[in-house]
Ligand binder design. Structure first.
Ligand SMILES: [Zn+2]
Ligand SMILES: [Zn+2]
Length: 160
């Protein structure tokens, strides 16, 4: 099936029962796949994500680092702050991933880069303290002022 396109036969087969998720940049030069359940999927409203994407919100999927493979050209990397690097396609500029050295077992992948972004299942909104006043999302998911570790959800659903 096309989801396996680009997999080398030397790579280990995905675990039974876990689908292969694929994605690519706008021009298609950089492609990736992962064959593990995401640890989480979160909508982030922080200013760094906003600037990195030039978009009001970023939807991130935390993937085990060992499960993620780039399957065509490699992306380029930008060190956006200490210990952080963000990848993007060096040809078309699409932002793709986020890595933090304090999270060595995770790579965060942008849901918008998936072949099927509709399949992403966001669980919450984080950093809503930095959410733009003119941008809202009509779901009933919990909203956290900063990260989920920084305190309880401040509400569920959009601002009234
Ligand atoms: Zn590209
Ligand atoms: Zn963010």
């Amino acid at each position: 099936m096309c989801a396996r396109r680009g997999r080398s036969s030397s790579w280990p087969a995905p675990e039974k029962g876990i689908d292969v998720t694929t994605g690519h940049c706008l021009c298609g030069a950089v492609t990736f796949s992962y064959d593990a359940e995401p640890k989480w999927t979160l909508n982030c409203h922080c200013e760094s994500c906003r600037r990195a994407l030039s978009a009001p919100m970023a939807t991130w999927i935390s993937v085990p680092r060992s499960a993620l493979r780039f399957t065509a050209a490699m992306p380029d990397y930008y060190a956006s702050s200490t210990g952080v690097r963000r990848s993007f396609c060096g040809k078309c500029g699409s932002p793709l991933t986020y890595e933090h050295e304090q999270l060595p077992d995770e790579v965060h992948v942008l849901a918008g880069a998936l072949s099927d972004p509709a399949a992403a299942r966001p669980q919450a909104h984080i950093f809503v303290a930095e959410q733009l006043p003119w941008f809202e999302v009509a779901d009933d998911l919990p909203r956290y002022e900063e990260t989920r570790a920084d305190g309880p959800a401040i509400r569920r659903g959009p601002r009234k």
